[in-house]
Ligand binder design. Sequence first.
Ligand SMILES: [Zn+2]
Length: 144
Amino acid sequence: MISPAILGRISTFVAGKFYKSCFRTISKSSTVSSTESNVMFEDDMPIKLKNPYVREKRQCILCRFNVEPDYKNVRLLSQFQSRYTGKTYEKHITGLCEYKQKRVEEEIIKAQNAGLMGYVTKEPEYVKDPPLFDPNHPFKPNKF
Ligand SMILES: [Zn+2]
């Protein structure tokens, strides 16, 4: 024979299991069926941002302002000519990219051969122009 106390325990156990399963189904159905909660979830998703650590692309001064060297533009070309010797400054001083440096050198020779620029002198009119670079502090200084 089963005592009534044990019977009561079994009945409470079974009832507890039954209720638990009921609660589970209710909670599951509530999360799946509610569309409002899904909408809220999508609003809370993280926003895609640009990478703030990407380095800015380095450009030389002629590329930045889209200036094409020309042999008739003597004022610009004389900026790349030494005031004392009339020589053209090299790439590590001017900070130009390879293409523009080559173009500047070509155009300076062209202007000199055309008689627009001096070979060993700089036009005194252009001496006080604002400098594009400092020859005493070059972009890429020599190691020695
Ligand atoms: Zn450039």
